[in-house]
Design a protein around this ligand. Structure first.
Ligand code: PMP
Ligand code: GLN
Length: 379
């Protein structure tokens, strides 16, 4: 058939993980922990499966999980979304992002993305007939130039997609970014899609700054999160969106025909987990900070130059002292010849991104990080 996405191949995450496996390399490419989530969560899943919670969940998500998400949102961001009309449980954040884009973007609408950007946004916008307007952010700070942002706005601008803490740059949005965003879009019918899947993996002293904590912005925002990151269970693929009722109603029209509903016992187990340990997420910054700091220390004698990491479980490393290869070729060579798989930064950018930067995932056991650092320090 004639492709609807002719420029698209297989995702970099699938390709790099496959290459890592083929060459028996230490896989710091695709973002996932090499350790398991809480035992209690696994026990609750087994319990719900054996007690027969094995049929379709309600389309919007099981009630106890939506209630737990609502109270978590209130505790963290001082905002209580309505659990019945404003929270929708989805098959990972990926489905929430796709459903929100499909629901909001009409053919010919313009969507502003900040590159480097997570790889699922672009294809979803294209399939909806939208036109992507990109603003490429520059290392090491990856800050938005708000004059350049305003120059991208047009009467056709429909949506702005942001992501904080940011994959892959590991930077976070600050209060003045939100003030500038609001100043630029106030008074226009522009929606905001905020990808906050790393909301609990934030090392910035001021903590995670959620769109949900901004009363004006959240009136026209969709905020997306994922339990995969929070509970070290990326394979469970349970996420959610929080949006005002009128926007949620449109998202649900897509969700009900994309997946209809999400895995029932996993949702019930996650609700139990959130109820039993409502403070679990408070332990995550320290948990990942220790891994980040250990990895940074063990790379201190390498020739990589590490960039600051304020959030996510990714660390950026500049390899310009080691090689002249472009980042894609460098990552392939690193996997096949050095035995460490990483992700090149340029794949997150549609326009030229000639920096020598790679992304390393540190959501790994200390022994994995040590083995990888030993190989990287030899270069
Ligand atoms: N957004 C970002 C920025 C991500 O890094 C990821 C996955 N790591 C997702 C969305 C997708 O999350 P999920 O696995 O829950 O679909
Ligand atoms: N989000 C993960 C990453 O950035 C990968 C998810 C996927 O493989 N699609 O590495």
């Amino acid at each position: 058939p004639q492709s609807k996405l002719p420029a698209l191949g297989t995702t970099i995450f699938t390709r790099m993980s496959a290459l890592a496996q083929q060459h028996n390399a230490i896989n710091l490419s695709q973002g996932f922990p090499d350790f398991d989530g809480p035992d209690y969560l696994k026990q609750r899943l087994a319990y719900h499966v054996s007690s027969g919670a094995n049929q379709y969940a309600p389309m919007t998500g099981v009630a106890p999980l939506r209630a737990a998400i609502a109270s978590k949102t209130q505790r963290l961001y001082d905002y209580l979304p309505d659990k019945d009309s404003e929270i929708t449980v989805t098959a990972g954040a990926t489905e929430a992002l796709f459903a929100a884009i499909a629901a909001l973007v009409r053919p010919g609408d313009e969507v502003i993305c900040f590159d480097p950007s997570y790889d699922s946004y672009g294809p979803a916008i294209e399939l909806a007939g939208g036109i992507i307007k990109r603003l490429t952010l520059q290392p090491p700070a990856f800050r938005v130039d708000w004059a350049a942002f305003s120059a991208l706005l047009s009467p056709r601008t429909r949506l702005v997609i942001l992501n904080t803490p940011h994959n892959p740059s590991a930077t976070v949005w600050q209060a003045d970014d939100y003030a500038a965003l609001w100043q630029a879009i106030a008074g226009q019918e522009i929606y905001v899609l905020s990808d906050e899947v790393y909301e609990h993996i934030c090392f910035a002293p001021q903590g995670h700054n959620s769109v949900l904590a901004h009363p004006a912005l959240r009136e026209r925002a969709v905020v997306v999160s994922s339990f995969g990151k929070t509970f070290h269970m990326t394979g469970w693929k349970v996420g959610y969106s929080v949006a005002p009722a009128a926007i949620s109603a449109e998202i649900r029209k897509v969700h009900q025909y994309l997946t209809f509903a999400v895995n029932t016992p996993a949702q019930l187990a996650l609700a139990d987990m959130l109820d039993a340990e409502p403070q679990h997420y408070l332990t995550l910054p320290e948990f990942y900070r220790a891994r980040r700091d250990h990895f940074v220390r063990s790379l201190a004698s390498s020739r990589f130059k590490l960039l600051p990491c304020e959030g996510t479980y990714f660390l950026l490393a500049d390899y310009s002292a080691i090689s002249d290869l472009d980042d894609v070729s460098f990552c392939e060579w690193l996997t096949t010849d050095v035995g460490v798989a990483a992700i090149p930064l340029s794949v997150f950018c549609a326009d030229a991104f000639p920096h020598k930067l790679i992304r390393l995932c540190f959501a790994k056991q200390q022994s994995t990080l040590d083995a990888a650092a030993e190989r990287l320090c030899r270069l």
